[in-house]
Design a protein around this ligand. Structure first.
Ligand SMILES: [Zn+2]
Length: 210
């Protein structure tokens, strides 16, 4: 018997079920820095501007060609990525493992841009170095959504949700903050400690389960 209608029906119903689920791409953020223009100029020279190397998933954000070294109380790390464009404040985003290895005193988990209680580190560039006080955070895991995604999924800016990341080491993350802006593209961002915990080696997929 070669009647495919049964299978077609199943396939349609699966598609329908899947369409109702809040499935999102999961991307891993490696350790990186954002620099203010004045810090960039101390590290690389007067009037310097970053050289974009590759676009990131969030519109306008890019990985730059330039690299820096981080020096903490316990160790140092070379070849650290700088993400552009420049920002108002210099911010260093590490995993907890990185922060421990470097010897950061105040390890604090914050949303990007919030530097309350942030740690200190020395940043070294080609032309100079800075003592970046109050700059080091471990980024709180988060989801970027556009207004229309948030509307469709009935989620709001600042909401805390759970996300099940799929895979052989599947894991449900709680305390995931939803961030909504039309400047974003839909993606969940976790760091390498979190990616390792759920067995992700590159990007993967998760489902918002509330
Ligand atoms: Zn992000």
């Amino acid at each position: 018997m070669t009647d495919n209608s049964f299978f077609n029906k199943i396939s349609d119903s699966i598609k329908y079920e899947l369409s109702k689920r809040k499935i999102i791409k999961v991307e891993i953020s490696a350790r990186h820095v954002h620099l203010s223009q004045s810090d960039l100029e101390i590290l690389f020279g007067k009037g310097y501007s970053l050289t974009p190397k590759r676009d990131l998933s969030q519109p306008g954000q890019y990985l730059s060609e330039e690299r820096v070294k981080l020096v903490g109380l316990k160790s140092e790390m070379n070849n650290i990525a700088i993400l552009g464009p420049v920002r108002k404040n210099t911010q260093v985003e590490l995993s907890i493992s990185d922060a421990r290895a470097l010897g950061i005193k105040n390890i604090t988990i914050n949303e990007s841009g919030q530097l309350d209680g942030a740690g200190d580190i020395t940043i070294i560039g080609k032309n100079g170095s800075i003592e970046a006080k109050n700059s080091v955070i471990v980024a709180k895991r988060h989801i970027h959504l556009r207004e229309k995604d948030a509307l469709e999924w009935n989620l709001y800016n600042g909401q805390i949700v759970k996300v099940k990341v799929y895979g052989i080491r599947s894991l449900i993350f709680d305390e995931v903050v939803v961030r909504v802006s039309d400047k974003f593209m839909p993606a969940m961002h976790i760091d390498f400690d979190e990616a390792n915990a759920c067995g992700l080696l590159s990007q993967g997929y998760g489902e918002i389960i509330l």
